[in-house]
Design a protein around this ligand. Structure first.
Ligand SMILES: [Fe+2]
Ligand SMILES: [Fe+2]
Length: 396
């Protein structure tokens, strides 16, 4: 092989290595164009084309070309090309079918058993015919070009599939959230006093999970558990839920069934998030093992359960209930603190206080807790209380 050919081969090899960096249609077009210029330059061809094969339409599409007319390109028959040797360049001579396009040499491009397209060249600038040496060079690069074309079509397929999946996922999320909102509205509508309770618990829980450093997927699962934690209350009568006088032991037992009912309902749903059912089921469990419905030991309570338990209690305390007035934020924080170790988790309390403190200081762009608190709250008092709790709980 002559030095010129070796040099040309080196250039073509470098350019034809499209495998890794094809990130978009336009990048691919630029690269294939550069490869094409180098090839026509190396072969001194004043006419040339690279066509890719579209399997579904059984036709060849022109990726790039010079010197041919569009009609020439339309006449190239993919069936005929497929009958030739894989990646083996050949002189067209006076073949009645292949000479129609006016090309002098071609290389059918294949990757394994897949026909990818064809490279056509014609009109040697020196005026002479193409030689065996030309075919030899073309032979070396044909496979590289085939791989590059194939990678590109795989890339396009993959992008289409990813786009389709992303769209389906978005649709599914949309449906989920719509259904959840309908559920939550149904729960909250039953009980005039707990309006938007599920929504707020979802918000507070997700805010804590985010501060804990959870990933977006798990935060969304936490949010969903917050939305659904009281879904079992749908099975409790309105009279009982809205009762103003204290509950009898039987009534209390009836109310307490709601977390198991929430679990039974959510167990019938296949969620894309793990542990939603567990969080919903155990949101009334306690660290000291005196919670319900299973009186679980603290080792069995996941962080999600601990978050939901605290968020639920905080919202219950700061909301009006049929049987008692709502507490102010300071009293609710004091109550949570009093119940640390026995009912609530230190770490979760610390994180909850940190988020609220950040929200009060305006450090979070979209606050989740603050907008739902009593507007008459004295934020400076709450803030110094939060600082004291944070300091105490952060101490080693
Ligand atoms: Fe509950
Ligand atoms: Fe609740």
């Amino acid at each position: 092989m002559s030095i010129e050919l070796k040099k040309a081969l080196y250039n073509i090899s470098a350019l034809a290595d499209l495998g890794q960096a094809i990130t978009s249609e336009s990048v691919f077009q630029q690269k294939i164009q550069s490869v094409f210029y180098v090839i026509t330059g190396a072969f001194l061809a004043n006419k040339g084309a690279i066509l890719s094969y579209d399997k579904s339409a059984n036709r060849l599409n022109t990726l790039t070309q010079k010197g041919f007319s569009p009609a020439d390109m339309d006449r190239v028959d993919p069936e005929k090309l497929m009958s030739l040797g894989k990646n083996e360049p050949c002189l067209i001579g006076d073949d009645p079918v292949l000479s129609v396009a006016g090309a002098e040499i071609l290389a059918p491009l294949w990757v394994r058993d897949e026909f990818i397209g064809v490279l056509l060249l014609s009109g040697k600038l020196t005026g002479g015919p193409y030689t065996e040496e030309d075919l030899e060079l073309l032979n070396v690069i044909a496979h590289q070009i085939a791989v590059a074309l194939n990678n590109h079509s795989l890339f396009i397929d993959l992008s289409d599939k990813l786009e389709e999946n992303r769209r389906l996922y978005e649709e599914m999320r949309h449906i989920y959230h719509g259904t959840l909102q309908a559920f939550a509205a149904a729960i909250d509508a039953k009980d005039a006093y707990t309006q938007n309770h599920s929504y707020r618990v979802a918000k507070y829980s997700a805010a804590i999970a985010r501060e804990l450093g959870w990933n977006e997927h798990d935060i969304e699962g936490m949010y969903v558990a917050g939305y659904l934690h009281d879904v079992g209350k749908l099975a409790i009568s309105n009279e009982l839920l809205n009762k103003v006088t204290p509950f009898t032991p039987e009534e209390r037992a009836e109310i307490r069934k709601h977390s198991t009912t929430s679990h039974n309902i959510t167990s019938k749903i296949t969620f894309p998030w793990k542990n939603v059912q567990d969080m919903v089921w155990h949101h009334h469990e306690r660290l000291d093992g005196h919670g319900y419905p299973e009186a679980l030991a603290k080792e069995s309570l996941s962080d999600g359960v601990r978050i939901l338990s605290l968020a639920d209690s905080f919202d219950a305390m700061t909301s009006q209930r049929p049987y008692r007035k709502k507490m102010d934020v300071q009293s609710a924080l004091a109550e949570l603190k009093k119940c640390l170790e026995s009912q609530f988790d230190n770490k979760i309390m610390l994180v909850f206080c940190r988020v609220l403190e950040k929200e009060i200081r305006g450090e979070l762009p979209a606050p989740d807790i603050l907008p739902h608190l009593d507007r008459n709250s004295d934020l400076s008092v709450i803030s110094s209380m939060l600082e004291a709790i944070i300091q105490e709980l952060s101490a080693p």
